[in-house]
Write a protein that binds this ligand. Structure first.
Ligand code: ADP
Length: 160
């Protein structure tokens, strides 16, 4: 049986912290579905299509499927026959929210397990939000995001 897990998130944009979780998640699961949450209320910096494109370009692994979803994550997990949800924990501040989500998801779908991976030391302070903020203020984000993401960030900023 294929062990398939979903790694859901906003990925606005993808960071090296996300990539680290994906790499390590692949050691536990045969297949990972990196799923971008389509949230019409929270538009973000990159349109959803562009986030998917960047993910596809940065993660060529055949074990990783890039997709998007709307609605309940557990419904999407059932539809894709995934048995686990992977999330990353950077600090205690992540834990509170993640625990709530994991317990709610367990209540909704008891057979789907949430698996938490601790952030890599090198990336534990990296968030999409902070990367965007630093970049928009002219700081360097080299090494924090994949080069193709940095390139698209630069294009976006130049356009403004
Ligand atoms: P969300 O909007 O759902 O928090 P994100 O794209 O910000 O989506 O993050 C998706 C998941 O990846 C979350 O579980 C988040 O905690 C985790 N994550 C984000 N950045 C890092 C990082 N630098 N290291 C480890 N995990 C991370």
């Amino acid at each position: 049986m294929t062990r398939r897990a979903i790694y859901p998130g906003s990925f606005d944009p993808l960071t090296n912290g996300h990539l680290d979780i994906i790499e390590r998640g692949l050691k536990l699961f045969d297949e990972l579905i990196v799923a971008v949450l389509v949230n019409q209320e929270k538009k973000g910096l990159f349109p959803f299509d562009e986030r998917l494109t960047m993910l596809r370009e940065a993660i060529p692994s055949p074990q990783v499927r890039i997709d998007q979803f709307q609605g309940l994550l557990v419904d999407y997990a059932q539809k894709t026959q995934a048995t686990a949800i992977v999330r990353g924990i950077r600090a205690i501040s992540d834990y509170e929210y993640e625990l709530q989500m994991a317990l709610m998801n367990r209540r909704l779908a008891p057979h789907i397990e949430t698996v938490f991976l601790m952030a890599g030391e090198a990336y534990s302070y990296v968030s999409s939000r902070l990367v965007k903020e630093v970049f928009q203020l002219g700081g360097s984000i080299t090494g924090l995001v994949p080069p193709i993401v940095e390139e698209r960030m630069r294009q976006k900023l130049d356009k403004k």
